[in-house]
Design a protein around this ligand. Structure first.
Ligand SMILES: NC(=O)c1ccc[n+]([C@@H]2O[C@H](COP(=O)([O-])OP(=O)(O)OC[C@H]3O[C@@H](n4cnc5c(N)ncnc54)[C@H](O)[C@@H]3O)[C@@H](O)[C@H]2O)c1
Length: 385
């Protein structure tokens, strides 16, 4: 099946906008037509580079041609910009975190539901071949009943590489909201919803230093905790440890391990789409279990350290656009992100208040990604019954 490309607008023309504009340029499902930024020169630069229009937000939202607007602004602006997009009658796909608070994210969902519009939210990395292989191994019962796991997302912090890293350390930043969403989203994709959490947190440094770009050497005031150790207890009973930290130069832990009554799975880095998947059954050796016939797993991007990774950010938008065309649910959905947002906020509250937090929300696991090459797997899926 072919679909007419759905026209996109993009708000926020910073670091991550290149991933979306490049992704749109190679897509048959979507076409980016306009960009906007509170700094008009930032929008003009991207417009020139990618052959799209630079517009004010008001003009972009008034454009009848555009049906999905992607929000790539900083976290503190997500809720306000999402509200404006929905008020203009357009579907929204927002970068993570969904919002700065659960209440803001819930308001966005309520507004969208009332207007009959879709909300999509990053991360979409769980749609990659690495994570979808893990999901299929678990669903096929290869490790029996899942009993627990451990997830570690720990780096030295964004100021090492990001030219404007202040927002990471302000309200709405911190490692749980910024990077915790990657492992938590993949865990919910594999294990279903979380029922309760506990956590402890610390802030070893009150001041950090910008490490690159024109503002290198400037102080960053740290308003948030930067190391969290938490436990997620899933509705299924699985008991999973989570470390999210910006105080770690190096570690030797796998990004995610999932333990079952019959074996163990090692899940690749949920910041990217592919990577090694290892399965061991009972006390057998780990063996490669990546399903290479799943899409979005081939390395396509070099990292600063020269490693090649699979990075297909934008796949969540392809899936949402195809889902709108056929009327089926999309996978990187607002409902999934709202639950993950509540998990993240609850980890922060559990640490701040020193107690267990029971979650109010639940969500369905998204449908697995079909086997096949590239974004056409989404366009070929049947409509909802
Ligand atoms: N940089 C990354 O690798 C990366 C990866 C994944 C996700 N993200 C997420 O993407 C979002 C953007 O990150 P970034 O690194 O591109 O940030 P950035 O600071 O480089 O860019 C943000 C842009 O949004 C614009 N902006 C801010 N508020 C606005 C508003 N109210 N209206 C219009 N424009 C506004 C800014 O002028 C800026 O150009 C964040 O939520 C971040 O968590 C970033």
């Amino acid at each position: 099946m072919t679909v007419n490309p759905i026209k996109l607008g993009i708000v926020g023309c910073g670091v991550i906008s290149d991933a979306y504009l490049k992704g749109a340029a190679r897509s048959e499902i979507v076409k980016a037509v306009a960009v906007s930024d509170m700094l008009p020169e930032a929008a003009r630069a991207k417009a020139q580079e990618y052959g799209v229009r630079a517009e004010t937000l008001a003009d972009l939202l008034a454009d009848d041609e555009i049906s999905i607007v992607i929000n790539l602004t900083v976290p503190a602006a997500h809720a306000e910009v999402n509200a404006a997009i929905l008020a203009a009658g357009k579907h929204v796909y927002t970068e993570k975190p969904f919002a700065v608070t659960y209440a803001e994210a819930k308001a966005t969902m309520d507004q969208a539901d009332a207007a009959g519009l879709r909300v999509g939210c990053a991360p979409d990395t769980f749609l990659g071949a690495g994570h979808q292989s893990v999901r299929r191994l678990i669903d096929a019962g290869r490790i029996g009943t899942v009993t627990g796991g451990a997830a570690t997302f720990a780096t030295a912090g964004a100021e090492v590489w990001h030219p404007n890293p202040f927002f990471f350390y302000q309200r709405g930043g911190g490692p749980v909201l910024d990077i915790g969403c990657y492992p938590i989203t993949q865990l919910v994709n594999c294990l279903g919803p979380v029922a309760s959490v506990v956590a402890q947190a610390s802030r070893p440094r009150a001041v950090r230093t910008v490490g690159s770009g024109p503002r290198a050497g400037e102080d960053i005031a740290v308003e948030v905790f930067t190391t969290y150790n938490g436990v997620l207890v899933f509705e299924s009973g699985a008991n999973v440890a989570l470390t999210a930290s910006w105080d770690v130069w190096k570690h030797g832990r796998p990004p995610i391990e999932i333990y079952g009554t019959e074996g163990t799975i090692q899940n690749p880095d949920p910041n990217f789409f592919g990577g090694p998947v290892a399965l061991s059954q009972r006390d057998g050796a780990f063996a490669d279990a990546l399903m290479a016939e799943l899409p979005f797993g081939a390395p396509n991007r070099p990292l600063r350290d020269g490693r090649q990774v699979a990075d297909y950010r934008m796949v969540g938008v392809f899936d949402m656009a195809a889902a709108i065309a056929t009327g089926r649910p999309h996978r990187a959905s607002g409902a999934l992100a709202l639950h993950v947002m509540e998990v993240m906020e609850s980890l922060e509250r559990a640490a701040a208040e020193g107690r267990r937090i029971d979650l109010a929300t639940r969500c369905e696991r998204p449908a697995p990604v079909p086997f096949g090459p590239g974004e056409s797997v989404f366009a070929e899926e049947p409509a909802a019954a």
